[in-house]
Design a protein around this ligand. Structure first.
Ligand SMILES: NC(=O)c1ccc[n+]([C@@H]2O[C@H](COP(=O)([O-])OP(=O)(O)OC[C@H]3O[C@@H](n4cnc5c(N)ncnc54)[C@H](OP(=O)(O)O)[C@@H]3O)[C@@H](O)[C@H]2O)c1
Length: 289
């Protein structure tokens, strides 16, 4: 792919698929509580078009955002997709009438979810599908082999090109790798929530990307006096410092901050380019220690 001026450069998710490390998470584009349509659909479309105009080639999504709404907006905004744009979706959940997030991990539900993603995104093959397991923000131990076998079937049918995992532990990743190649892992991680430090290093050694969700704290924005102090000293925002710290944390780290605002999108891309000196990194490291 072409070179990028985006912070962090690019990372090969697979031999045939490279993305900008600066990506975009589309979850914030649905209505309140990630449920129903957004108040400002044109605004959501403008954010997605700005993502592509800025040269970002990695959009993270799911058909259970809305549900269906976010994918339909992505299709409306960007289809036919630029050749270098990669949509990474996830399956394993659904929405109930109250906006809850029940699991949807049976064989039938996983297959249906892949077909829903294909339809709503307007694709014949999904570049990367993350199998979402675990609880809200932490893995749940136990075998995942039966679900990974379904992913292997969908891959053999040509509906899914590459498979990733979300909210999983190291044992589950190793179990899945005995069935098929895993190209990415998406767990809860940010400057203040560092439970995956060892996992990130081991994935980096294997050349596997790690795309943390809630990089800015998600529904509970990051709050840390150290983060705020560093941001003030560097004349940056805490968000910028948090994103720059992630990019510098490991070469396999991909950023998918979510926003419904073009201004925040631009702030996040600019913020991630902040160079953090080693002594500042050491100070920030203490936040999640
Ligand atoms: N695998 C999973 O289970 C899972 C779970 C959750 C999320 N995800 C993925 O991860 C992506 C990122 O997570 P997330 O969107 O939940 O959380 P996040 O990126 O940590 O934070 C998003 C929140 O930060 C705000 N924000 C973003 N940039 C900002 C800025 N420059 N200044 C001030 N506020 C800013 C957003 O509000 P505004 O809209 O006002 O900017 C939004 O409220 C999602 O979009 C989704 O694709 C995956």
């Amino acid at each position: 792919m072409a070179t990028t001026t985006l912070p962090g450069g690019t990372y090969p998710l697979a031999d045939d698929l490279t993305v900008t490390r600066m990506g975009y998470g589309a979850m914030q584009l649905a209505g309140p509580g990630v449920f129903g349509p957004p108040a400002d659909r044109d605004g959501a479309i403008a954010v997605l078009r700005a993502v592509v105009e800025m040269g970002i080639t990695h959009i993270d999504t799911s058909d259970f955002y809305g549900p269906h709404v976010t994918n339909q907006i992505i299709k409306e905004a960007l289809h036919p997709y630029p050749a270098d744009l990669h949509l990474v979706t996830k399956i394993g959940g659904k929405r109930d009438a109250q906006g809850g997030w029940p699991h949807a991990r049976s064989r039938e539900e996983l297959i249906e979810a892949v077909h829903d993603n294909l339809t709503n995104l307007g694709l014949e093959q999904l570049d990367v599908v993350n199998l979402r397991l675990g609880g809200f923000d932490a893995p749940e131990p136990g075998s995942i082999a039966d679900k990974v076998e379904v992913m292997a079937e969908l891959q053999q049918q040509g509906l899914v090109k590459h498979v990733g995992l979300s909210t999983v532990n190291a044992e589950q990743i190793a179990e899945a790798q005995r069935i098929l190649p895993i190209v990415t892992v998406q767990n809860f991680y940010n400057i203040a929530n560092r439970q995956d430090d060892a996992l990130i290093d081991s994935l980096a050694a294997q050349g596997i990307s790690y795309a943390p969700y809630f990089p800015l704290g998600g529904f509970s924005p990051l709050q840390s006096s150290t983060l705020s102090d560093v941001a003030t000293r560097l004349e940056a925002t805490p968000m910028a410092v948090a994103l720059a710290w992630l990019l510098q944390r490991s070469p396999n780290m991909l950023l998918i901050p979510g926003t419904s605002s073009v201004a925040h999108l631009r702030d996040n891309v600019a913020g991630a380019s902040l160079e953090l000196p080693a002594d500042v990194v050491a100070e920030l490291d203490a936040i999640g220690a």
